[in-house]
Each structure stands twice: as structure tokens, then as C-alpha cells.
Write a protein that binds this ligand. Structure first.
Ligand code: MRU
Length: 363
């Protein structure tokens, strides 16, 4: 997607895989800066602090972290130790362990001396595959949006939560890819962007929609239900961090409440994600998906620009307050209208039938 009119990806390898370049998303939307990481520990830090974020992108960053670890020490012991650290940084998005395990499975049977070259090649392939998946999700989701437009024959209002756009993937996005594709094809639309406290990923969504010229409005997280009651939302499209075999969906905290409101107001609720986000080993999302708990400080402070334009963080509660910060929630499959994947759109209960070949390898 474009930044200041220039086609840009969120991650790329530099110096033949000896380092990677990322966009430091902790600085957005106030500053757009890139950062070069040449040590796998820096990748771990970048995932942990959310310089890179979004399930598909942390997966790809994890793959590149394995490349950097291989360069440092390609021995079995060192690789396995690094892989454990990398995949343990953030527990909810399955893409991270999926990517790290895929790298290990390919590398460990090889001679250590040949591992770095193979690692670079596979990480490049996975990076490219992520782009292809987002594109296919964009196509499948744009067809859903187009159909809705043909039924309603007026500009559409789509609500999204968190950031599941270009910034959360290598390119195009998951939930936002259908929006970009439909918009580019002339479907008139507008996006309601949930602010998404505490980390305000909605501000990233607004920034990237703005960069592509897509009309949008930021709303407080609690506004969506009201807008749905008044007929101002035609569809909800969100991303996912982990989807179970029966189509339960873990996504950014607050998604579940949007799904409840959508159900009560007959608003279609779509989830867009690549198959690398589906954990075929799990069935019951609420019981089986580990939910990341993040620091209380994220809830007790907000970031923004001061009156001189400096990017600052301010404490919003009295110093003796405590806070709980579950970063994700699970939406049961009964609230999900369809899951938009690189293979098309599936009712949650039909997801497994569409991926029989993948399941055969995953279990
Ligand atoms: O905590 P984050 O910012 O890494 O959150 C992950 C997400 O971006 C969302 O939950 C998103 O909807 C799924 S990833 C495309």
C-alpha cells in the first residue's frame, strides 16, 4: 500500500537477509519512521513492544528472527533456544508459532552450514505468500462488499475494530484488504474506525485509510452499538489472531461486544484472516485460546501530541490505581456470518471442509 504516494511494505529484508527493515508502528500516527533490525533479539523486542504488530506481521517477523538467529549460530541447540524465545513473546496470535515452527521444520534436517541460505529463501517465500493471501482475501471480501452494495444501492458504512489493515500484514491487510479492493473498484464506502483502547490501533487504521484516500471516521469503542441500532452500519469486518477449527475467533479486546451488537441488529459480522491464523488443533475458543495479558500501564496512560506537537504519554488515573489489561477476547462462531480467507468466504462451521488438505498436515 502507499505511504505519501509511495508503494511500501511493512517489512523487508536488507543486505541479503542479514537484517530486516520494519516500520516502527509505536511512533504512528504521529511519526513515520523505519528501523533496521540485525539481531534476532531486536526482533523479539520489536514484537513485544509492538513496533511490529498484527497476527500475520508478527508471524513474518518471527520467521525473519529465525533467519537472524541462524546467521548468528546455526547449531541445533542455539536455533531451538532462539525459536522458543521468539515464539513465546506473544501468545495469542497463532501466526507467530506457526511461522517459527515452519522455519524450524525446514532448517533442522539440513547441515548447519547450509541453514542460513535456506532460511533466507524460506522467509522470503513466506513474506511473499502473506502478500498473496492478503490479496486473495481482498478479492473474496470485495465480492461480499460488492454484493451488499448491489442490494442496498447507496454508499456503505463498514465498521472495523483494531488494525487489521496493511500495517498488520506485509501488504494490503486482512479486514481492510476487502475495503481497499472494493473502494478501488468504485464502490462508495465509508469506514467507522473503532479507537481500540488501550493501544489505540484504530489510529493506525485511520492513518492507513487516510493514506489510501478511503473515507473514514474514528469512533470511541463504545459507539458501535449505538450506530448499529440506528442503521448506520451495513457490515462489520474484523481481523483475527487465532481461529479455531469450528470458527470461534480470538481478536482484539472489544471484538466480542461488537459481534453481540451486530447480532442484535442483524448486521453481518465478517472475520478476515489467512489460514495461517487458523489453529486446527483447537475447537472451543473460550476454553482453549490463551489470552495475552498486557501491562496495566497501557490502560492507565494515553499517548498523544502535546500543545507543542510533541509525542507524549500521560497518566490518566490517580497513581495508586491498578488496571487489568486482557488484550484479546473470543467471539463464538454463532456470531460470525462468514470467515473471509485466501480460499474464499466460509460459514464458520464449513471452514474445516475448505481446508481438509491443510488440516491433514497440521494435526
Ligand atoms: O495487539 P496487536 O496490535 O498485535 O493486535 C492484533 C491485531 O492487529 C488485531 O487483533 C487484528 O484484528 C488481527 S491481526 C490482522
Amino acid at each position: 500500500m502507499k505511504v505519501d504516494g509511495i508503494p511500501t511494505r511493512t517489512i523487508r529484508s536488507v543486505r541479503g537477509g542479514e537484517a530486516i527493515e520494519i516500520i516502527d508502528q509505536t511512533l504512528l500516527p504521529y511519526r513515520y519512521e523505519k528501523r533496521v533490525l540485525s539481531d534476532w533479539r531486536d526482533c523479539v523486542e520489536a514484537i513485544d513492544s509492538m513496533r511490529v504488530r498484527g497476527a500475520p506481521l508478527i508471524g513474518i517477523t518471527g520467521a525473519w528472527a529465525v533467519v537472524l538467529a541462524t546467521r548468528e549460530d546455526p547449531s541445533n541447540a542455539a536455533l531451538i533456544r532462539a525459536a522458543e524465545r521468539i515464539q513465546g513473546v506473544r501468545p495469542t496470535a497463532v501466526n507467530l508459532s506457526w511461522a517459527v515452527q515452519r522455519m524450524l521444520t525446514a532448517l533442522l534436517p539440513r547441515e548447519p552450514a547450509l541453514r542460513f541460505e535456506a532460511a533466507v529463501k524460506l522467509a522470503e517465500t513466506m513474506t511473499q505468500e502473506d502478500v498473496m493471501c492478503s490479496r486473495a482475501i481482498g478479492e473474496a471480501g470485495a465480492a461480499v462488499i460488492t454484493k451488499l452494495y448491489q442490494e442496498l444501492r447507496r454508499p456503505l458504512n463498514i465498521l472495523t475494530h483494531c488494525n487489521a489493515g496493511w500495517l498488520a500484514t506485509v501488504d494490503y491487510g486482512t479486514a481492510l484488504a476487502p475495503v481497499y479492493f472494493a473502494f478501488e473498484r468504485g464502490i462508495p464506502l465509508h469506514v467507522w474506525v473503532d479507537e481500540t483502547r488501550p493501544r489505540n490501533q484504530g489510529l493506525l487504521t485511520a492513518w492507513e485509510l487516510g493514506q489510501q484516500g478511503v473515507p473514514h471516521t474514528i469512533i470511541a469503542d463504545n459507539a458501535g452499538g449505538h450506530l448499529m441500532q440506528h442503521g448506520d452500519v451495513d457490515a462489520v469486518i474484523v481481523g483475527a489472531d487465532r481461529i479455531t477449527r469450528r470458527g470461534d475467533v480470538a481478536n482484539k479486546i472489544g471484538t466480542y461486544l461488537k459481534a453481540l451488537a451486530a447480532k442484535d441488529n442483524d448486521v453481518p459480522f465478517y472475520v478476515a484472516a489467512p489460514s495461517s491464523t487458523i489453529d486446527w488443533k483447537l475447537t472451543d475458543g473460550k476454553r482453549e485460546i490463551e489470552i495475552e495479558n498486557r501491562s496495566a500501564a497501557e490502560v492507565l496512560s494515553v499517548r498523544g501530541l502535546d500543545h507543542t506537537g510533541h509525542d507524549i504519554s500521560v497518566q490518566i488515573a490517580s497513581p495508586d490505581e491498578s488496571a487489568a489489561n486482557p488484550a484479546f477476547d473470543v467471539t463464538h462462531n454463532r456470531f460470525v456470518t462468514g470467515i473471509i480467507t485466501e480460499r474464499g468466504v466460509f460459514a464458520p462451521t464449513e471452514l474445516a471442509a475448505g481446508f481438509q488438505d491443510v488440516i491433514a498436515h497440521a494435526l
